[in-house]
Design a protein around this ligand. Structure first.
Ligand code: 9D3
Length: 238
């Protein structure tokens, strides 16, 4: 299988660093990249600006704060970058107006051959280029970021760890039936975890976990998961 190719279009490509040394060059995404499961490239939208001052944005028609991403540089950047590879690219615009990112969305993206992520530091993108590009529009949650770049990295991390071979054997086996989130999995939070020492600053590990009774342990963990979900995330239980 050829690597998943991810292109990011942004006016701050430096935020992604070199693939081998940027913020995603750690842990699981770095191992996946080194194993040839994924490659990513950050491109500067500014390089495609056809105007005098390499402008990528302008003031909004109708007035108001902030700047609006111009149609032309983004459109030309998408066409140029998509032309670097013959495979179809799934276009994703990171925007506060997008569909909330979920594990189901992440799973749907992890099976694509190519992703084109559009992120920016601007008040918005000219609606006409969104209509022309027809990207999926995705938000990473109901809070305000300074731009879409960190949202793109969140999406990348979530997608990359799902690529076959990205997780160690142990971790991927654990995914199947015990992952607390995602379709096909129980919509419940995880149970608490403990390791050595048995007592720390006067706090003991729950007795059941050192009893050696695996059936009791599983029943206790399930009860903990349900109780925590009821208390912290009742929305997950519908
Ligand atoms: C006053 C209107 N604001 C929209 C909520 C303006 C605005 C704020 C922040 C416009 C863009 C941004 C930059 N954020 C993103 O590009 C972004 C984002 C986010 O802020 N939160 C969650 N997910 C995402 S995905 C992209």
């Amino acid at each position: 299988m050829p690597p998943l190719r991810i292109d990011i279009l942004t006016t701050f490509p430096e935020m992604f660093g070199p693939a081998a040394a940027g913020p995603l060059a750690q842990s699981i995404p770095d191992r996946a990249r080194r194993a040839g499961l994924v490659q990513w490239h950050a491109h500067n939208i500014r390089d495609h600006a056809a105007n005098k001052h390499d402008k990528t944005d302008d003031r909004p028609f109708g007035g108001g704060p902030g700047m609006v991403m111009l149609c032309q540089p983004l459109w030309d950047a998408v066409r140029a970058v998509e032309g670097q590879d013959s495979r179809f690219a799934t276009r994703v615009l990171l925007t506060p107006q997008g569909r909330p990112l979920s594990q189901a969305v992440v799973e749907s993206l992890a099976v694509k051959p190519r992703l084109l992520l559009i992120a920016g530091h601007y008040e918005g993108v000219d609606e006409r280029v969104i209509e022309a590009l027809e990207p999926m529009e995705i938000s990473v949650g109901d809070y305000v970021l300074s731009g879409g770049e960190l949202a793109a990295m969140v999406l990348m991390d979530a997608v990359i760890r799902l690529l076959p071979g990205a997780l160690g054997h142990e971790a991927s086996a654990a995914m199947d039936s015990f992952s607390p989130i995602g379709p096909g999995c129980a919509r419940v939070l995880d149970h608490p975890h403990y390791t050595r020492p048995r007592e720390w600053m006067g706090r003991s590990v729950p007795e059941v976990l050192i009893s050696g009774d695996h059936g009791e342990v599983e029943r206790w963990r399930l009860a903990q998961r349900l109780a925590r979900t009821r208390a912290r995330r009742p929305d997950l239980l519908r």
